[in-house]
Design a protein around this ligand. Sequence first.
Ligand code: GDP
Length: 296
Amino acid sequence: MFESLQDRLGSILSNLTGRGALSEKDVSAALREVRRALIEADVALEVVRGFTERVREKAVGAEVLRSVKPGQMVVKIVHDELVEMLGSEGETIDLNAPAPVVIMMAGLQGSGKTTTTGKIAKRLTEKQGKKVLMASLDTRRPAAQEQLRQLGEQTGIATLPIVEGQSPVEIAERAVQAGRLGGHDVVILDTAGRTHIDEPLMVEMADIARASNPHETLLVADSLTGQDAVNLAKSFNERIPVTGIVLTRMDGDGRGGAALSMRAVTGKPIKLIGTGEKMDALEEFHPKRIADRILG
Ligand code: GDP
């Protein structure tokens, strides 16, 4: 395991205890360790730079109280700044729109999009008493539509009947119509994913968004993919109206740096995190917990 930031800073700044304000030099030494810790936690470089500068501004000149060690103080400044950058507590899916509220799920293949679609549907059904309809718009992989159908069967949530030969936009329109006619509160569109971002994928996403007018467009990203997740978020955010991010595989041993990077790069809130393969392994995002995890 990595040495915690607290331990590292403790040794660097230990001789400072009770000696007044933190100097530029003390802070620079501490920030080298902060930078290393963030990079090890998989925070994108461009985000690390801006972050450490903000911490520098707050730390230089800060009075070191007798009761705390300078290392602890810097850790607290870093922690507070992380929490602030990670966003506010309790950002959840916004259903405040006329029914059926459309939620569009976007992301790469294998990111956990279909699983997350099922998890969100189950959560909205069980915790909020919503009537949900799920639809797979993945026409390239017939298995994908079948996967969602089975998920629906397993969770008892309605799925749009599969009709061969329709385009993703046609399926999206049919789903919204079926949602309206069937009295569904929410329609979740599980769009096609690919192994990498390309122009046809972006065009397809934009077309689906235009046709279905989603109230929420959630970008699903694998938290273990680090920098790739950040690039993905950037590209999607430029092309479709992303309203929030779902980070999957937070049960893995990643340090959570992707959360900070994605939030910083897109400015969009992380709304939920996936913490396992089971259908109830979906949690709200707590910035404090992620900040702790990033710091190790
Ligand atoms: P899609 O191609 O984006 O639709 O991805 P899937 O939903 O099919 O998920 C791919 C794999 O990741 C499946 O085996 C899921 O069970 C698994 N998975 C999805 N979310 C999570 C998560 O939060 N944690 C873990 N450990 N596995 C996940």
